[in-house]
Design a protein around this ligand. Structure first.
Ligand SMILES: [Mn+2]
Length: 449
């Protein structure tokens, strides 16, 4: 793998000698940290560059970006491996640093790429976009080793931390000022427990998340002082707390979900919990502030206060959304629950709320949760499943849309997602038609089992 990185870097530096660079990266934490590592690296080389952050690489985006050739060099990070079909008639090379699945048949000599799947030992080389960008940066100059913290944030963002691959372990070793401690993966581990528990949305703790009395109870029960934080708990306190949380999440009694490694880094010169940083970056970017997210990664202090504002609002939104969802009247069917939040929950978080509820202890394994929230003249629909067993949610929604189309042939609804999480947008005035189609599909699905 490092050989490939070396070759790639050489070609990239050669080709981009007198040209500005266009970075195109993914909008999640891994993509944002990838772009930030690249930006820092190019800046240190005194190179001109611009950045574009996208949710996905649709054909029209690619076409437009390729028009920048031959004046600019195109560099993709944390995406593009799945879009090689659009790069079949290139005049100029493109550069890709990515870890997603790849169709090797579509490779050609104009596509310059680093991807662990193309190496002899993909398991050892398992790595995130940010990790790969870091390897590239280090190849450019060993001075870039101080960008390793960004790679660690990307690693947590893409959940590569529980089982470190060889290459990830090397990046961890490169990171000075990184502390790793085993324990309850509540965040931030650096702040008082009462706050961390109250705002705990992942893991979601029934009766404690968003509930001050519940927080006091769990701390009293375990005999832990509320001013303590996870980092300074004794082993005994930690295990008491884990038990107390597990009792409250009884139905999901898998310790794996809540125990793991806590990662603590110095960021902006303060000790921070990497999970918290990762969620903050993700929140900023998802809410449409990817520029703030990148500036935050580059440790710009103005961006930090903006990012914190956005993040605080996001957390409040989540906790109040959860409360609304718990109290709301739902359509309760056999094996499914429909939460029609209308304008009581924001459309950008309704999917996250459903994910959290699916990990709470309120529903049986295999239950399908469908969240609906208004988005201007549309309704955002998000489907999640409790546990890992059960029906394919993308198919469920596709069937629903097929039935829905019978009465609404003019609908523009299109289903996105996969087995365990799917969604679509439908016309607001067709709300009741959609719910009818949804019930029809879900009830038929149950009978089939
Ligand atoms: Mn990624």
């Amino acid at each position: 793998m490092l050989k490939r990185v070396e070759q790639f870097t050489k070609e990239f530096l050669e080709f981009s000698k007198n040209k500005p660079i266009r970075i195109i990266s993914h909008y999640d934490t891994d993509g944002i940290t990838s772009a930030s590592i690249l930006a820092k690296t190019l800046k240190r080389l005194d190179k001109k560059f611009s950045i574009r952050i996208v949710k996905g690489l649709e054909e029209d985006i690619i076409k437009k970006e390729l028009l920048r050739q031959p004046n600019e060099v195109i560099l993709f990070s944390d995406l593009a491996s799945g879009s090689l079909k659009y790069f079949q008639n290139l005049q100029e090379p493109i550069f890709i640093i990515d870890h997603h699945e790849i169709h090797t048949k579509e490779l050609n000599d104009k596509i310059k790429i680093i991807n662990p799947h193309l190496t002899d030992k993909p398991k050892d080389n398992e790595c995130t976009g940010a990790g790969l960008c870091y390897l590239f940066a280090k190849e450019v100059s060993s001075n870039n080793q101080n960008l390793a913290p960004l790679a660690i944030i990307g690693m947590i963002g893409d959940r590569h931390e529980s089982n470190l691959s060889k290459i990830n372990q090397q990046i961890v070793n490169d990171t000075t000022d990184l502390k790793i401690k085993k324990g309850l993966i509540l965040y931030p581990a650096t702040r008082p427990l009462n706050r961390a528990l109250e705002w705990s949305t992942s893991p979601y703790i029934p009766g404690v998340t968003g509930n001050r009395t519940g927080v006091q109870e769990i701390l009293r029960e375990t005999g832990i002082g509320y001013e303590k934080n996870l980092l300074n708990l004794t082993e005994e306190e930690m295990s008491k707390l884990i038990t107390a949380v597990m009792v409250r999440r009884a139905q999901h009694n898998k310790a794996d979900d809540i125990i793991g490694n806590l990662y603590i880094l110095k960021f902006f010169n303060t000790k921070e919990d990497v999970r918290e940083i990762s969620v903050l970056i993700n929140a900023c970017s998802r809410l449409g502030h990817s520029d703030t997210a990148i500036a935050y990664c580059l440790e710009n202090s103005n961006a930090k206060s903006r990012a914190l504002d956005i993040y605080t609002r996001y957390k409040q939104e989540l906790v109040s959304g959860l409360k609304v969802a718990e109290k709301m009247e739902k359509i309760d069917g056999k094996g499914f629950v429909i939460l029609n939040a209308k304008d009581q929950i924001k459309d950008v978080i309704v999917g996250t709320i459903c994910s959290m509820l699916s990990s709470s202890s309120s529903y049986d394994e295999g239950t399908i949760l469908i969240g609906m929230a208004y988005n201007k003249d549309k309704i955002k629909v998000s489907a999640r499943i409790v546990g890992h067993e059960g029906r394919n949610l993308k198919e469920v929604l596709e069937k629903t849309i097929n039935i829905f189309k019978d009465n609404n042939p003019q609908t523009t609804a299109e289903v996105g997602g996969h087995h365990y999480a799917a969604g679509c947008l439908i016309e607001k005035e067709k709300e009741s038609d959609f719910i009818k189609a949804l019930k029809e599909t879900l009830e038929v699905e149950v009978i089939k089992i």
